[in-house]
Design a protein around this ligand. Structure first.
Ligand code: C2E
Ligand code: MG
Ligand code: MG
Ligand code: MG
Length: 271
């Protein structure tokens, strides 16, 4: 009987793998034409000071509508990476964000843009960004590029050189999703980042006292290294209060605002 069950499980496994494979092929096929069909749009999510709810930045987040359905970036960004379509999509993101250069920018307001690991292998990336920034009159010091630790995993010298060049050109760098997967203290020490974004999964740590101790210790460590903290995934008042208690002045989450199209914020501003 046990044997039979095992077999059934293997079948199920293969079937779900096959379904996933087919889903990926469909996503990749759709992605190939998504740019020309103008199926992408950028949404923006405010980053807020929990003390006074003042907005001090926005993260740009891509949205893809395909066959009348919205496909989550968590689904299609990995496929875009594997198929290298992320190179063109990533450039479109930068161009679109700069072109619409959000009118809410002020001197203490950052605009954050996610970069996939593969984009950092493009030797022309920084040149492209500089060109677009000049063309749209974007000040590099108002732009923060979010990178994940997977980008640095190959520990190649060239990635470190490239990141240093970003900083030399005036852009800020943030380490995204810290506290998941490969988080390493050496990255906090060695990378030319100015901000660490603590992954929202750490907010879900149980039990509560452990959660608070962990977040306190982590944020104090980051502050001690002269880095700024963004807490991701604030969904409740209690979590917002925890940020205040921990001296965290940049918080992001549905509690404040979901990612929305730019037009929403523009109309709020001009009211
Ligand atoms: P991320 O960079 O860590 O972005 C934060 C994600 O958390 C976003 O998901 C955002 O909508 C979501 N989020 C914000 N507040 C809350 C909250 O309170 N609760 C919950 N449950 N979620 C919250 P999204 O937009 O689906 O993007 C997922 C990931 O896809 C991003 O994670 C990023 O890694 C990638 N991504 C999104 N846009 C881009 C892009 O333009 N370029 C690249 N290369 N990657 C992108
Ligand atoms: Mg991000
Ligand atoms: Mg993140
Ligand atoms: Mg993420």
């Amino acid at each position: 009987k046990a044997k039979g069950l095992g077999k059934a499980q293997i079948c199920y496994f293969q079937e779900s793998m096959q379904q996933e494979f087919i889903a990926r092929v469909h996503i990749e096929e759709g992605l190939r034409h998504a740019l020309e069909k103008q199926e992408f749009v950028m949404f923006y999510q405010p980053i807020v000071d929990p003390v006074n709810n003042a907005v001090n930045g926005y993260e740009a987040l891509i949205r893809w509508t395909h066959n009348n359905a919205v496909v989550s970036p968590d689904k299609f960004i990995p496929v875009a990476q594997e198929s290298h379509l992320i190179m063109d999509i990533g450039r479109w993101v930068i161009q679109d964000v700069f072109a619409n250069h959000p009118p809410f920018r002020n001197d203490n307001c950052y605009l954050s843009i996610n970069l996939s690991p593969l984009q950092l292998k493009d030797p022309e990336l920084l040149h492209f960004i500089d060109e677009q920034a000049a063309h749209y009159h974007i000040k590099p010091n108002q732009i923060e590029f979010e990178i994940t630790e997977t980008a640095i995993l190959d520990t190649s010298e060239s990635i470190h050189t490239l990141l240093a060049e970003f900083v030399a050109h005036g852009y800020h760098l943030a380490l995204d999703d810290f506290g998941t997967g490969f988080s390493s203290l050496s990255h906090l020490r060695d990378l030319p980042i100015s901000t660490v974004k603590i992954d929202r999964s750490l907010l879900l740590t149980e039990p509560q006292d452990k959660r608070e101790k962990m977040l306190r210790g982590l944020s104090e460590l980051i502050f001690a290294l002269d880095l700024d903290v963004v807490m991701e995934g604030i969904e409740t008042e209690a979590q917002a209060q925890l940020c205040t208690a921990l001296n965290i002045h940049r918080a992001q989450g549905y509690f404040y605002c979901k990612p929305q199209p730019l037009s929403i914020f523009v109309s709020v501003q001009s009211r």
